[in-house]
Design a protein around this ligand. Structure first.
Ligand code: C2E
Ligand code: MG
Ligand code: MG
Ligand code: MG
Length: 289
């Protein structure tokens, strides 16, 4: 009884902050369990050349197959583990799973050597063991040509510590992998910075693509990024291509690579081979060229 009273009194002094700490701890425990019980899955979204019809690869996007809440998107759980070592564990799982997937697609004999890009946080990339870990994962998959693995790093975070990030990127490139700068245009890249970062692919952020048909500022940014990529001999891909109007506008601007719901939504691995075989670029996209 005394214990009960004490408990109640304690509750009187509970603050919202205590509740938040408790919620965060519970969320972390849930993710711990999810990792242990293999509840995470990778979905894959095709990246295509709208002009040639070639599927250039797929991007791996993590999902949580939650037993009660269904399929959860990364914004629901990545922020929870942002400053937790579990984020490294998850990042390693993503790399592992992507390498196994490349290997499986190669083995199925569909003549589909499909490259996979994975999203890597800047914190993970800068972890002292990152390149060693990557080398070990690649060594565990000798059948996979490392060129089929691409690491996507956010433009904003790559620039935060450009010197260190550049040297780690170069070590990883030495192992054979490629880099892409994700959400490009949202950061503060100067020409000098972009030139120093050894990423061979620039991904135009979807926010610019979304409004490019109505907003002349966004259109100008897209034109600028395409010109920038051309002069530095980088590839450029548009994210968030939702309609054929976006697709044909981008083609007219000289951006042939695209990814977005207008081409395909992220899908489970099993659906990828059939999708690739059946995909033909929409003629109406290229008609106006
Ligand atoms: P991102 O890397 O920029 O990925 C693109 C996001 O846009 C994905 O959301 C994708 O489903 C969505 N998307 C693709 N096409 C369209 C479109 O046409 N319209 C719209 N509105 N959205 C489109 P998703 O899968 O929810 O992922 C969100 C972000 O979470 C990713 O942005 C990435 O930063 C992060 N993320 C996803 N998977 C991983 C992962 O395995 N590791 C890490 N560290 N981050 C991840
Ligand atoms: Mg990405
Ligand atoms: Mg992006
Ligand atoms: Mg994004």
């Amino acid at each position: 009884r005394a214990k009960e009273l004490g408990k109640n009194r304690y509750h009187l002094f509970d603050t919202a902050q205590d509740e938040a700490v408790k919620a965060q701890r519970e969320n972390l425990e849930d993710i711990r369990n999810a990792l242990d019980n293999q509840q995470f899955v990778l979905y894959y979204q095709p990246k295509v050349n709208m002009k040639t019809g070639i599927v250039i690869g797929v991007e791996a996007l993590i999902r949580w197959q939650h037993p009660e809440r269904g399929l959860l998107s990364p914004i629901e759980f990545l922020p929870v583990i942002e400053n937790n070592p579990m984020s490294y564990e998850m990042g390693e799982w993503v790399i592992d799973t992507a390498l196994s997937q490349i290997s499986e697609w190669q083995r199925t004999g569909l003549n589909l050597p499909v490259g996979i890009s994975v999203n890597i946080t800047a914190a993970h990339l800068q972890h002292p063991n990152f390149s060693k870990m990557l080398a070990q994962k690649l060594a565990a998959h000798p059948e996979v040509d490392p060129h089929y693995l691409e690491l996507e790093v956010l433009e904003t975070s790559a620039l935060d510590n450009i010197k260190d990030v550049t040297s780690i990127m170069n070590v990883c490139i030495g192992l054979g992998v490629n880099f892409a700068l994700d959400d490009f245009g949202t950061g503060y890249s100067s020409l000098t910075y972009l030139r120093r970062l050894p990423a061979n692919l620039i991904k135009i952020d979807q926010s610019f693509v979304r409004d490019m048909l109505h907003d002349t500022d966004d259109l100008a940014i897209i034109e600028g990024v395409i010109a920038l990529a051309k002069s530095f001999k980088r590839e450029v891909i548009a994210e968030g291509v939702e309609t054929k109007e976006h697709g044909s506008a981008l083609l007219q601007l000289g951006c042939e690579l695209a990814q977005g719901y207008g081409i395909a939504k992220p899908m489970p691995a099993e659906q990828i081979p059939a999708w690739i075989i059946s995909w033909v670029p929409d003629k109406s996209w290229t008609q106006q060229l």
